[in-house]
Design a protein around this ligand. Structure first.
Ligand code: FAD
Length: 256
């Protein structure tokens, strides 16, 4: 019986994601065409520092489309079906292809599954594994009795592991980080998104710092959860709660 190792690997990405996003923004605010802006980057006339400084100002704004110009493709394995169900609820700017439990049969009374660390900590992992073994045996018995895989799988638990290839644009990657790097998200999806962030950092370290939970300085800049949740969060030591943000007076509309 196989307990799985969670893994995420960046499989494909643009040659220079930072330049793609920068050129998209600059095209909107410059007399120069994008080809010329890109030529200046490739010739070193526009430095990496300058592009980052520019993005620090523009990424947190409502001008979102430049972030959608960059797509990253990841291979993911060892995620429980519980967490994949949470993950595939994201649907704007992201595409998934997930291993089918209808067409893939797990042979030999064996299927990969995830063990939450809390079961280990509570000293109950043996009972957990015993139940997985029982489910696997019944699954195999069902297959042997001629029940098709698509129906035999009904005895597989939520902990059964799955594999996914997904492609996500940078705006949605940031949005998922808003929700899933937040300590209110469940540990498994939080770990997967932290690994996803690390993978982006491996090929484009300049973009990694923008991938934050929603309270990060490049996102909302404060926690918008309840005060009770905020007080339980370790990030409350460094980030304010919404109730601590002074309310600004409503601007008087101008007449022109
Ligand atoms: C801590 C936590 C707890 C949760 N608990 C539950 C739960 O108990 N039950 C449950 O069912 N779900 C739950 N969810 C899932 C949640 O409601 C969302 O479905 C999920 O997080 C996907 O996020 P999203 O809607 O932002 O979708 P994304 O696809 O990531 O959307 C990106 C953004 O696009 C916009 N957008 C997306 N779809 C539309 C649309 N149809 N129309 C207009 N704008 C759109 C929104 O601005 C959205 O934020 C939970 C999520 C979190 C993080």
């Amino acid at each position: 019986m196989a307990e799985v190792v969670p893994d995420v690997k960046l499989l494909d990405y643009p040659h220079d994601p930072l330049a793609v996003i920068y050129v998209a923004y600059r095209t909107c605010y410059s007399a120069l065409p994008p080809q010329e802006i890109r030529r200046r980057i490739d010739e070193g006339k526009i430095s990496r520092e300058k592009m980052i400084e520019f993005l620090e100002r523009w990424l947190p704004t409502g001008h979102g489309s430049p972030k959608q110009q960059v797509n990253f493709t990841f291979g993911l394995s060892g995620m429980s079906r519980i967490t994949s169900h949470q993950f595939v609820r994201h649907h704007v700017g992201i595409v998934f292809d997930q291993q089918s439990q209808r067409y893939v049969e797990f042979k030999g009374a064996d299927f990969p599954y995830v063990v939450p660390p809390t079961w280990v900590k509570a000293g109950m992992v043996d009972k957990y594994v015993a139940l997985m073994s029982q489910a696997a045996r019944l699954y195999q018995e069902a297959l042997d009795a001629g029940i098709p895989g698509e129906d035999a799988r009904y005895v597989l638990p939520h902990s059964a592991a799955t594999n996914i290839q997904f492609t996500v644009n940078f705006e949605e990657l940031l949005h998922i980080a808003d929700q899933r790097l937040c300590t209110r998200a469940q540990w498994e999806i939080r770990h997967f998104w932290a690994k996803t962030r690390a993978e982006v950092g491996r090929v484009c370290p300049e973009l990694k710092k923008f991938i934050q939970p929603k309270c990060g300085e490049f996102r909302l800049g404060y926690c918008d959860e309840t005060l009770a949740d905020y007080q339980h969060c370790p990030l409350s030591r460094v980030r304010p709660h919404k109730s601590m943000i002074p309310t600004r007076p409503t601007p008087i509309p101008s007449s022109d």
